[in-house]
Design a protein around this ligand. Structure first.
Ligand SMILES: *Cc1c(COP(=O)(O)O)cnc(C)c1O
Length: 355
């Protein structure tokens, strides 16, 4: 009889589980959620629809109606295929499993989304993280050199990037696409708040896929992500998707809400305006450095992130302390843009913590 230390892979034993902070009764500004929730009429419609579903049956395996809803709501290009995931996290895992030949690498930039590295480990792949410059723009020379050296099977670029909030230069991304021997996945998790997208340009490149999610848009609880790209890639990836990975409640809840996409669009419009207001308010605080954002969060650097985080928490405000996450994030905090009154509370709390 073996024990876990003997049986489990050493690289898994060495991992720390993804940490989620307890959030009961807190103003929750740590996870890039949409704060607004759905209007009562839409909740009633959801209740009606979900209440009638045959949960004793497996879901429609093709997801044809859900895919049609996604295509309509987000104007996805007709000549591209869709792959659905239980969150875009699952899509990252499907991509990695598909290319994980012995010795192959996933490459991304750092700091960026932590799941790229974690999933590389899960799949026994090498992970190469190329540091961004101090202002969090791409270090193009270093990235191209790493691509040449490591020959990655997969490159992930979050556009805009999490946790830094910025868009990388499209012309530099293009250079990376042309230099990469493998697939380049443009992760557009924050598309609802962004100024630009690679989706309209998909047909220009034969090694690019665009990944998105409805999480940051306002449906984080449903767990639904999608990958858009050419059939030659998606037909292969489809083989790795577990059957019925999108459950019947998610499928129909998403269809119902996407039928009222104007509701979510109005909410994200308010959040973009709130982002502008919060950003300019933050710039008036002493000792704070603010990084411009095209997402629904703002990265800031303060003199003592641990102290500020503790003071906010004592006032019931939950944010993400990134101080220990990466050397270039020393004393950085990531603030999710919330509802107007939440942003006001956050601002007042930061002000009293900093003055
Ligand atoms: C939040 C986030 C995701 C994960 O989205 P889910 O669909 O909720 O799994 C993917 N990529 C980036 C860059 C994110 O910030």
């Amino acid at each position: 009889m073996s024990n876990p230390q003997q049986l489990i892979r050493p690289d898994i034993l060495a991992l720390k589980a993804y940490h989620v902070q307890p959030a009961a009764n807190m103003v929750k500004l740590d996870a890039m959620e949409n704060p607004f929730g759905l209007p009562p009429t839409l909740c009633d419609e959801l209740g009606e629809t979900l209440g009638k579903l045959p949960v004793n049956r497996y879901p429609d395996a093709s997801y044809a109606t859900l895919k049609a809803s996604l295509r309509r709501a987000f104007s996805l290009p007709d000549d591209m295929q869709l792959l659905l995931g239980n969150g875009s996290d699952e899509i990252i895992q499907i991509l990695a499993m598909a290319v994980a030949k012995p010795g192959t690498a996933i490459l991304s930039v750092e700091p960026s989304f932590v799941m790229y590295r974690m999933i590389a480990t899960f799949c026994n792949m090498r992970y190469v993280g190329v540091p961004l410059k101090a202002d969090f723009t791409l270090d193009l020379d270093a990235t191209l050199a790493a691509i040449k050296r490591e020959q990655p099977a997969l490159v992930f670029l979050a556009y805009p990037n999490n946790p830094t909030g910025n868009h990388f230069e499209p012309a530099e991304i293009e250079r990376i696409i042309h230099a990469t021997p493998g697939l380049v996945v443009i992760d557009e998790a924050y598309q609802a708040f962004a100024r630009d997208s690679f989706l309209p340009r998909l047909a220009e490149f034969d090694n690019v896929l665009v990944m998105r999610t409805v999480s940051k848009l306002g449906l984080a609880g449903l767990r639904l992500g999608y990958l858009v790209g050419a059939a030659q890639w998606l037909d292969e990836l489809e083989k790795l998707r577990l059957p019925y990975n999108i459950n019947v409640l998610t499928q129909h809840a998403a269809e119902t809400v996407l039928g009222h996409i104007d509701v979510l669009n109005a909410q994200t419009q308010v959040l973009r305006e709130e982002r502008t207001k919060l950003f300019s308010a933050l710039t008036t605080l002493p000792g704070i450095e603010t990084f411009p954002s095209d997402a629904n969060f703002i990265l800031v650097r303060v003199p003592d992130a641990n102290a500020v985080n503790a003071k906010l928490r004592a006032q019931g405000i939950l944010i993400k302390n990134l101080d220990a996450a990466h050397p270039s994030l020393k004393n950085c905090l990531r603030l999710t843009v919330g509802a107007p009154e939440e942003n006001q509370m956050l601002f007042e709390a930061l002000k009293s913590a900093l003055i």
